[in-house]
Each structure stands twice: as C-alpha cells, then as structure tokens.
Design a protein around this ligand. Structure first.
Ligand SMILES: [Zn+2]
Length: 58
C-alpha cells in the first residue's frame, strides 16, 4: 500500500490519504475513500457540534 492523493470535494484541495488511514478504513470495513480533507472534515464536525438552533423534536 502507499499514500494516495485525493481531491477534497468541499474545497478542491488535494490531500493525502495515508497508508495508516487506508488501513484504518479497511479495518472498519469502509469501502469508500474519504471525500474531504482533514480541515473540511474538522470544520463539518465543529459545525455539527454547534448549539442547536431548533428545539429537539422529542
Ligand atoms: Zn477540504
């Protein structure tokens, strides 16, 4: 295995999908490759953690 260069779906920047990450994905049984660079993934994660605007349904 070797590092792969992928293009981020969000920002269009190239990022490295390292061997370590590929092994992690394989271990988890993920078939697909990451679509976003780490910065964009972190950004999305941070957004999801923001205080809820709408009240929870239940
Ligand atoms: Zn990105």
């Amino acid at each position: 295995m070797e590092d792969k260069t992928l293009v981020c779906q969000d920002c269009g920047q190239e990022f490295i999908f390292t061997v370590g990450e590929q092994e992690f994905y394989k271990e988890k049984g993920f078939d697909n490759e990451p679509k976003r660079c780490k910065a964009c993934r972190d950004k999305r994660k941070a957004q999801r953690r923001q205080p809820k605007e709408a009240a929870p349904a239940e």
